[in-house]
Design a protein around this ligand. Structure first.
Ligand SMILES: *Cc1c(COP(=O)(O)O)cnc(C)c1O
Length: 377
């Protein structure tokens, strides 16, 4: 039996180990230490966004961003239903009401036409989520936000390394949030960050992530705060990852290109990007044809040693959000029912990719309407 191909596996082959050993030998293992600062400066330099602040994970980064934009009870926040659940849960945690938007069939992202009809006098913010490596139409979304005086938090958990008209996502809205979980393009184990171009907002987020404590007076807490700090060990891993980010991205782009070439004649559809968008190719994902039973296809591929994942369900399908309006989420329901993600980690070689593609095509052929018609005849 050939080795199983997992959906993801981080590449830790650079300075990760040496930097972690340095943390232990120097005894700087908590959230004070030189790597935290180095990691933040490296992230600023990579994204060309002035202020980057490390956070303990991508979920708390979203909460910090919403909290520091003063979003709370009585406010409505527009968010795509097709997203990872954290984008929605953190809105609910502030006491605000998530308002679900549908997404666009061509690139699966929330678009301006999905947002405009949902705006009310209570709308306070929009949380566009850049999914599976693509980038939302931020110029159009910022235009709507400007017209209605709305704040914008970009969930960039999946799009590190992507760009739109040469701007890194997170650089369009008020705040961008990142995740550095183990399957993200850069990992720190668990980790996250917030970025902003606004120095006052950056200072507030730095304070609130550290218990709201004064920068000059110990145990004097100037406002409500949290402990959302990243450790020096996590930042050490992250710095080593950022040193190799260009190589990691190049490897992932080659993999995505290869999948699209090898599957050009298969009955699957990939995200179609807007002009000017460069994808981070986070997890290469595609939609299966409507006749296909996704669960059965995934079981068939697992039997061939290939791990796949369904794409996210619509957040409106979860029990805690079932009471919110959701009759308008047709594209979300279609994509979430038909999408799967394929193995997408940087070390995948051509032989691995060929195995994935063979397993996928065989599983698709088994469900082909032509084949069924033939058997029936
Ligand atoms: C991974 C992810 C998050 C959450 O990040 P964690 O670091 O796992 O808390 C949030 N939003 C999106 C879109 C994600 O993919």
């Amino acid at each position: 039996m050939p080795e199983r191909i997992p959906i993801y596996r981080p590449d830790l082959s650079g300075n990760e180990k040496a930097y972690v050993v340095d943390c232990i030998e120097s005894s700087w293992i908590s959230s004070i230490g030189p790597y935290v600062d180095k990691f933040e400066r490296a992230l600023e330099s990579f994204t060309s966004i002035e202020h980057a602040i490390s956070i303990c994970n991508g979920t708390t980064a979203l909460h910090l961003a919403l909290h520091c934009l003063d979003i709370g009870p009585g406010d409505e926040v527009i968010v795509p239903s097709f997203t990872y659940i954290a984008s929605v849960n953190m809105i609910a945690l502030t006491g605000a009401t998530p308002v679900f938007a549908d997404c666009r069939a061509r690139d699966w992202q929330i678009g301006p036409d999905d947002i405009a009809p949902l705006i009310t006098s209570r709308t306070k913010a929009i949380v566009p989520v850049h999914l599976y490596g693509a980038v939302c139409d931020m110029p159009a979304i910022m235009e709507i936000a400007g017209k209605h005086g709305l704040k914008v938090i970009e969930d960039c958990a999946e799009c590190l390394g992507a760009s739109r008209d040469n701007v890194h996502p997170g650089g369009f809205g008020d705040i961008g949030t990142f995740s550095f979980f183990g399957n993200k393009t850069v990992t720190t184990g668990e980790g996250g960050a917030v970025v902003t171009r606004d120095p006052a907002l950056a200072t507030r987020m730095r304070k609130v992530k550290g218990q709201g404590q004064s920068f000059v007076r110990r145990y004097w807490h100037e406002e409500l705060g949290f402990n959302y700090r990243m450790t020096n060990i996590a930042a050490a891993i992250g710095l080593a990852q950022l040193e190799r980010l260009d190589d990691i991205l190049a490897a992932k782009r080659r993999i995505a290109e290869r999948y699209r070439t090898l599957l050009a004649d298969a009955p699957v559809t990939f995200q179609r990007l807007d002009e000017g968008v460069v994808s981070s190719e986070w997890l290469v994902s595609c939609l299966l044809p409507r006749y296909c039973d996704r669960d059965r296809l995934m079981v068939d591929m697992a039997a061939d040693g290939i791990e796949t994942r369904p794409v996210f369900y619509g957040a409106h399908q979860m029990p805690m959000y079932a009471h919110l309006a959701h009759d308008h989420l047709r594209t979300t329901e279609d994509i979430s029912a038909r999408g799967i993600s394929l193995p997408s980690y940087p070390q995948l070689g051509d032989a691995d990719l060929a195995r994935v593609v063979t397993a996928l095509t065989r599983a698709l052929d088994r469900q082909s309407p032509n084949l069924l018609a033939h058997v029936a005849g």
